[in-house]
Design a protein around this ligand. Structure first.
Ligand SMILES: *Cc1c(COP(=O)(O)O)cnc(C)c1O
Length: 354
């Protein structure tokens, strides 16, 4: 809490909130009145500032524009049924952010800037947290290299920012997925585990190709054999086979360690499921399907929480499901939502006060 004293705060003269309705607001289009900016210079973090939301002035030689040292996070804050505002597991995002920073040769952001910055910024823009059902405030912390020089080397200057975006319900319609055999998202030794901007730029083309074939997303597979499943688009993937739940393990560094993934594993175990984190091959999935044992497939992530997968195609083999019969994934989503919106006690310490 001490660190708050060090923040410089300049408030907006007028709130934009007067001009818009937060009801059913689309994801990622509207931003609150304020943002946080902290600069890293001369080997240390400077005093963070909360300022009115505004454009950045970019030198055309800005390092990030050329070599892509850029990382981000995605977190949500919810308005609980008692009216209070809580942030969902931000400490896990904070740790993951710094793991991404290390991998991208960027400076780690101190807790006093990331965590306190988050709280202070949300406290100032609290009225922007929607109170409607299934609405939330999406929080986007990110960092870019900000040297104005085009030599290929780690930057000496960095900018850490947090912006906030109110968001309506994300109607995750059941998805059609295509098991990708040509393009890969992540390789051992690469940056798959980091929330690096480049990971996203690299998947737009294969995703667009999948769209052309009539699929919503791709199921990424390992780079060597195109056999072991990794993630589904930009979500972690879960497969219920028989009475076990299987999700790819994190050891290889090719999977982004989702906070939702971890929450879902916790809730599944509480529901009595055995959850295995291990390599899972497409052959095992197909065999399970043929044996009538492939029960549910879903993706997890902060934006949608859980997205059901109604169709999975691998080569010429198509697996289609009647998701209306599924019980487990919807139940997990309901349980997590009940905690987020304050309908069930937060026994895991997932909700952080603002
Ligand atoms: C962010 C992300 C996820 C989901 O992580 P959450 O912490 O659950 O939001 C999964 N896969 C990829 C590739 C991601 O970037």
């Amino acid at each position: 809490m001490e660190a708050q004293k060090d923040f410089k705060v300049t408030l907006a003269e007028r709130s934009k909130l007067k001009d818009i309705s937060l009801e059913n607001i689309p994801f990622g289009k509207y931003f609150t009145d304020h943002m946080l900016v902290a600069d890293y210079e001369n080997g240390k973090w400077q005093t963070p500032e909360i300022v009115p939301y505004q454009s950045l002035m970019l030198d055309p030689s800005l390092a990030v524009l050329h070599y892509g040292q850029a990382i981000f996070e995605g977190i949500k804050a919810y308005r609980l049924k008692d009216g209070s505002v809580k942030i969902f597991r931000p400490n896990d995002n904070f740790k993951r952010f710094n793991a991404s920073a290390v991998r991208m040769q960027m400076p780690e952001v101190p807790e006093a800037i990331f965590m306190e910055g988050l709280r202070k910024l949300i406290a100032i823009d609290k009225d922007w947290v929607p109170s409607n059902e299934n609405h939330s405030l999406y929080i986007r912390p990110f960092m870019i290299s900000s040297d104005a020089a085009i030599g290929v080397r780690p930057s000496e200057k960095y900018k850490f920012l947090i912006i906030l975006s109110p968001t309506g319900p994300y109607y995750a319609t059941p998805m059609r997925i295509y098991a990708e055999e040509k393009y890969v998202r992540a390789v051992p030794g690469g940056i798959g585990f980091a929330k690096a901007a480049g990971n996203y730029g690299a998947v737009l083309y294969p995703s667009a190709e999948a769209h052309k074939k009539g699929y919503d997303q791709v199921l990424w597979m390992d780079a060597f054999e195109h056999k072991y499943v990794q993630e589904c688009g930009t979500m972690n993937a879960f497969f219920i086979i028989g009475d076990k739940v299987i999700t790819p393990g994190l050891e290889e560094g090719t999977i982004l360690a989702g906070v939702t993934r971890d929450s879902v594993i916790t809730v599944l175990k509480e529901m009595g499921f055995e959850v295995e984190e291990r390599p899972l091959s497409i052959d095992e999935i197909i065999e399970a399907h043929k044996a009538g044992q492939l029960k549910e497939i879903f993706g997890t992530g902060t934006a949608a929480t859980i997205a059901l997968i109604k169709e999975l195609k691998y080569k010429d083999y198509e697996m289609a499901f009647d998701v209306t019969q599924w019980k487990t994934a919807p139940e997990v989503r309901n349980r997590i939502d009940a905690i987020r919106y304050g309908y069930q006690p937060d026994t895991h310490g997932w909700l952080w006060p603002v």
